[in-house]
Design a protein. Sequence first.
Lengths: 223, 223
Amino acid sequence: MIEESIDYKNYHESIISLFTIDKGKVKILLVRKQTEPYRGYWILPSDFVPVNQTLEGVLQELVYDKIGYQDFYMEQCHTFSRLDRDPDDRVIATSYIGLLDSTTAILKREERPEVESAWFDINEIPKVGYDHEEVIRYSIDRLRSKIVNSTVLKSLFPSDFTLPEIQKVYEEILGVHLDRRNFRKKFINLGLIEDTGYKNEGMNGRPAKLYRFKENVKERNLF
Amino acid sequence: MIEESIDYKNYHESIISLFTIDKGKVKILLVRKQTEPYRGYWILPSDFVPVNQTLEGVLQELVYDKIGYQDFYMEQCHTFSRLDRDPDDRVIATSYIGLLDSTTAILKREERPEVESAWFDINEIPKVGYDHEEVIRYSIDRLRSKIVNSTVLKSLFPSDFTLPEIQKVYEEILGVHLDRRNFRKKFINLGLIEDTGYKNEGMNGRPAKLYRFKENVKERNLF
DNA sequence: AATATAAGTGTGAATAAAACACAAAAGGGG
DNA sequence: CCCCTTTTGTGTTTTATTCACACTTATATT
């Protein structure tokens, strides 16, 4: 079935766009490449897929190394197969998006200090190596289309949040301005969240009520 | 960067779920496997990806061989990496959906008569080999979520169609019953189609008006 | 000419979305 | 301590969209 004269074996890599929310801003994790090619460039975390591991397995390990956490929401995004996407070898790549809430998304102190990692605001992404600009674009598009899903929301927000915070994230990801009253009305009526009874004190202006997600929120589309 | 002791090279295959509409029914193309494993089983058309070709390139060639047509709407669906999805080798697979209108979706007379191909109603799919049942499920889900997109509609319907035809396809894919009056009103108001002036004669009952898609329909979501 | 079959057509009720402005709770400064 | 600034919280009206619903018309058949 497979002709021996043609090479049918490809390297395959898993790539992840890890997102989190920090102070109302959407952030993505990048790492700095230490070796040629693209030495010194920021790129998305990625790793080659050995024959004895799944695409998801590779990423769970990878994220566990960085964050110490492997039980997070992850969803496949797109597979890239352009012939010249890697200058050295033919590497097919499958990208995923992953979501962490801000209390989880804390980078481990690196055992290997030469591996630099950092969270970047999705509106201030530096020049990146390989075709990762395209990969990031696909990831943000996916995030945008998924933000109307309850699972995604729950993964992205820590237990206590305010409605203005969540509204800002919506506005940032969707690139629109929303009316505060209409947003609150709609969001509260979805029945996903409950008042904790606490307030977000210490800030300027009237303190916002703190909400949490209810226990048994089923995955569904919201809007 | 790549440890030599571990095998990082995988076979990679492209799989396609080709859909078309025939007499108001949604059909998918399957081929009969001639060799072990799964000899005699129906499977989706698929081929291995050599290092010098893209995922899409492989499928364009594959479909050209079967249909004689390579300029069709195609969209990536999902990449499958379960370790045991192929009993012989580690094969990662990327699936696509492809759409053909009924005037294009005509199987070539096979040069190799031993390669059997056939269109199956998506509600009457036989037992299939490998993990292709799962692949088909993903494909139909994708088709369902895409049917509300103008590009998809235009690819799936030939130049002259009736509103009852298109409504039946909606009902079949979405699995719902729609009110004829509301459907017509909504669909005509979208501004995608125009009356050809002709009628679908020769059938029982009042003949339906024939419509066509307007020339410059931009891709957008409809519903 | 009568009958059967499938297509074509409009209106009112219910629901959802959008527009809109002022009051309340805190912190900071004089 | 009072006033000012900042940010959150809250209801109503208007508009647009969706849903429910029944009779007429064009053709093929007998």
